[in-house]
Ligand binder design. Structure first.
Ligand SMILES: Nc1nc2c(ncn2[C@@H]2O[C@H](COP(=O)(O)OP(=O)(O)OP(=O)(O)O)[C@@H](O)[C@H]2O)c(=O)[nH]1
Ligand SMILES: [Mg+2]
Length: 299
């Protein structure tokens, strides 16, 4: 809700609360107090929900989705408005208390509403609302044994997550199908392992990487050192093996991970290169074999 919408709700509810009061002065005092309390209730909720402590990973992930500076500006403006609203309410509450006639208080109330509304109309909450919505959509990453699936777009990362964990995720024959970090769980001998499917990354300078690629980069930076790097040697992903190997080398250099390389789409005509394992990610048996091997190697 923006400021204007909050005004409507606050005034409507305040009128309702004051309705049963017979004494004119009491009714006006209840009205002004209710308007103030309801308004601050809304504004403080926005501030609270958008000021929650985040981990560095969450902060940076949120930054790929929204301009944090703009969000903070809106919070600062709301905080300043709250101070003005508090002063206004105190000032007019006193005026109402010492009002001599209903007519005089009617005039005082009108004045208060005018000044209250002009403060409220300037309040914008769109950036905050977007931020809060995005916060709620941040992936729920657990602190447990974790493997990150990384690689170029369209190489079979999501298909591997799907076959290995049973998690129903979208796969499609075009790049950047996955736009978020997706999580699945695979069984280990006694417990479970968290598998994080990331959006595809292109081998290009970090500044040129789009927001979707950034999410994968953040996962590699913060979430786990265990990386399963997929290479599509059929090149049906539309990228060359060379490009994919360049990315692999960059990831090795930058994050120093414990890396396992896996060649995908081996059911299609493909070139032979040296990787740790090979798999048709749609083949349950092959994927089950792969699961056992990688878990043994990583943990
Ligand atoms: N034949 C064959 N097709 C595969 C294999 N793995 C994936 N595919 C197909 O390749 C396409 C891309 O697979 P995805 O799992 O969506 O690829 P991704 O790496 O998650 O792609 P992005 O999310 O865009 O980065 C889909 O059409 C899959 O069905 C494989 O081992 N063999
Ligand atoms: Mg995907």
């Amino acid at each position: 809700m923006n400021g204007k919408e909050i005004i409507d709700v606050a005034i409507k509810q305040a009128k309702k609360q004051a309705r049963s009061k017979k004494k004119w002065k009491e009714a006006d005092l209840i009205k002004i107090n209710s308007i103030h309390a309801i308004t601050l209730g809304f504004l403080n909720t926005y501030i609270k929900e958008s000021s929650e402590e985040l981990t560095d990973f969450q902060k940076q992930l949120a930054e790929t989705m929204i301009n944090i500076k703009e969000k903070n500006k809106q919070i600062q403006r709301i905080k300043a408005s709250i101070q003005i609203l508090k002063k206004l309410k105190e000032e007019y509450e006193i005026k109402l208390k010492f009002g001599d006639t209903p007519k005089q208080n009617q005039q005082t109330m009108k004045e208060y509403l005018g000044r209250y509304s002009s403060v409220m109309k300037k309040i914008k909450t769109d950036k905050l609302e977007k931020y809060i919505k995005n916060l709620n959509q941040l992936p729920k990453i657990k602190k447990m044994n974790t493997i990150i699936i990384a690689g170029y777009p369209n190489t079979g990362k999501s298909q591997l997550l799907k076959t290995m964990s049973g998690h129903k995720v979208q796969t499609a024959p075009y790049p950047f199908t996955t736009k978020e970090l997706l999580i699945g769980y695979v069984k280990n001998r006694y417990d479970k392992v968290q598998l994080i499917d990331t959006p595809g990354i292109l081998d290009r300078p970090i500044k040129k990487r789009n927001e979707i690629e950034q999410k994968a980069v953040l996962a590699l930076k913060y979430l786990s050192k265990n990386v399963l790097f997929l290479i599509d040697t059929s090149e049906t992903c539309a990228y060359t093996i060379k490009e994919q190997e360049n990315l692999l080398n960059e990831i090795k250099k930058k994050f120093n991970p414990k890396i396992i390389t896996v060649q995908t789409k081996i059911d299609l005509p493909h070139r032979q290169i040296k990787t740790d394992y090979k798999v048709n990610t749609k083949d349950k048996e092959q994927v089950e074999e792969l699961r056992k091997k990688i878990i043994k190697k990583f943990f």
